[in-house]
Design a protein. Sequence first.
Length: 348
Amino acid sequence: MSSVLYQKVVKSFGALNVLRSLDLAVPDHKFLALLGPSGCGKTTALRILAGLDMPSAGKVFIGERDVTRLQPRDRDIAMVFQSYALYPQMTVAENIGYPLWIRGTPDAGRKAKIGEVAAILEIGHLLDRRPRQLSGGQRQRVALARAIVRDPAAFLMDEPLSNLDARLRLTMRGEIKRLCQRLSATTIYVTHDQVEALTMADFVAVMHGGELQQMAPPIEIYDRPANRFVATFVGNPPMNILPAALSEKGVIVAGKVVPLDAARLAACRAASVAEIGLRPEDCSAAAADTPDALQGEIYVVEPMGNETLVNVRLEGGNVSVRAGREFRGVVGESIGVAFDPANACFFN
Ligand code: ATP
């Protein structure tokens, strides 16, 4: 397996700048999720690495090799597509073995390897079937088997779960994660689904408008988002954002002064902070007259079974609060929203 490097990669289609100057390094053996909204350039970045598109400027490396000008077949990568891209006229065994056949692997070696990867993906009993005789989940396994059969330097996956139903997607999410850990494979996985990115990856690269916003381990992306875009794109319900003004002792939010320690206050001043970000789970529902809590009115109550999502109208905007399953407040009631400022994010 090998590391992957994008060096100042630019891609334009006519006047449309899809990648603006992408610098991204994926360490050896690591699983990177490329996450971002539709149209932000994720697939384009993956296709450039695969050799299916040429960059307008910049270079891509796999390991030590500059592969920018190489044909896809010479890059030693395997790609798994959203559509699976299986050959309909071939059996499962022939589909899996195809990359080895192209490479000229003798029959016996090919058969052994097909059996080995089919066992890993638990599709040994399907080898004689054709793709049309398989379920969506089984097709996905065949596509994965075909990718791993030739031990490539890197795996590229483009939304491989998006054609599966919600339950199967959950199962395959775990399966792909286990598979990549078992193979210790350098993997780049494109998704617009933040749950997939956070649960599967060693690193998440968040993109927006053709630019990398932040690359970090999932927990860091969640806890210390680099900017407002990352803060609001990752998390469900998203981070609450409220206007914030700095005062002598702290920050004024929803008409209340929230005290900050001197170091935090100085950092906020230096950064010209204008907004505060609070995760719904870092806010708690408090009695209406609780001294340090923000004061508001219950706007919507959504019981989720294991918890209750409460939307509260405050001066300056609404916020979501994750309350316990025992929450019994009703719409229109006054309520306090308490939080620990140590958990808050600040944006300018
Ligand atoms: P999605 O999640 O919807 O697949 P994405 O982040 O993968 O989105 P890309 O497929 O990389 O986005 O596309 C980025 C932008 O580039 C889009 O505006 C798209 O329309 C445009 N684009 C992609 N390929 C081409 C092409 N061959 N010619 C012209 N424009 C293109």
